[in-house]
Design a protein around this ligand. Structure first.
Ligand SMILES: *Cc1c(COP(=O)(O)O)cnc(C)c1O
Length: 239
């Protein structure tokens, strides 16, 4: 039997707990657990934490910073699947193309255009989500809900980018219920864009829900939750 240290045991237990909470939320909403993907947000956390989660069967990891993502990728490579979830500067796109399987945080047409150019250079198609500022918060990046359908149409013409869906970070709150209507609104927008059947766009990923509110997000139709603190514990600094 392998000896596990305290942090390994915590991560293992937390992952079980989060997966079980997702299952329960699915039951309440009459959804299939297999339709929800868990992205474990490992920003600021050491490689050893990611390795522990990998050994527990967690495969997808979300990172916020290009430099941190690439240095983790240099060690683990494709043993894990990497998602970029944080605000991305256009001049840093080149460092992550071909390493990340999904960019959640595309918040402007210009950024999508840069992803197109860098992906074309490498002869790749990069999957992206458009980030929507669903609550209209000044502090957040993202398209307004009103501008999102037109942005999808423009970006759909980029051959090396494929829109897979939408992403949002709902307001920080102690009471997850207060985000329920935002999640519902984003699901409506997601379904509405899906019904347009835009060529080269597949609306199949709706990335919403974090540690404080992922169960409500699942009840409201999320297909991908991004959980950091709930798996790896509190971060040394708040992001
Ligand atoms: C940090 C972060 C998360 C995870 O937040 P937790 O509250 O720790 O679960 C999810 N999404 C984004 C975009 C983040 O920056």
């Amino acid at each position: 039997m392998q000896n596990k240290n305290k942090s390994e045991l915590n991560i293992e237990r937390n992952l079980c707990q989060v997966n079980s909470n997702i299952s329960k939320a699915c039951k309440r909403a009459n959804r299939n657990t297999d339709d929800i993907i868990l992205c474990a947000v490992s920003k600021t956390k050491p490689l050893s934490d990611i390795e522990t989660a990998l050994s527990c069967g967690q495969h997808i990891f979300g990172e916020n910073y290009v430099q941190e993502l690439t240095s983790k990728y240099d060690v683990l490579g494709d043993k894990a699947e990497w998602h970029m979830i944080g605000h991305l500067q256009r001049n840093k796109v080149k460092y992550i193309i071909g390493k990340v399987s999904l960019i959640h945080s595309v918040d402007s047409i210009q950024l999508a255009e840069t992803i197109e150019k860098e992906s074309a250079k490498r002869d790749l198609v990069t999957d992206i989500l458009l980030e929507v500022n669903i609550a209209g918060e000044d502090s957040k990046f993202g398209f307004t809900p009103e501008s999102t359908p037109d942005a999808v149409v423009v970006i759909s013409h980029y051959p090396h980018v494929r829109i897979r869906g939408l992403m949002t970070s709902a307001p920080y709150t102690e009471d997850p219920e207060s985000n329920r209507l935002y999640f519902r609104d984003l699901r409506k927008l997601f379904d509405g864009i899906g019904r347009l059947n835009i060529p080269n766009v597949s609306m199949d990923i709706l990335s919403m829900g974090m540690t404080g509110d992922y169960e409500v997000a699942v009840e409201e139709g999320s297909t991908m939750v991004r959980v950091g603190t709930g798996i790896f514990g509190a971060r040394d600094y708040h992001i």
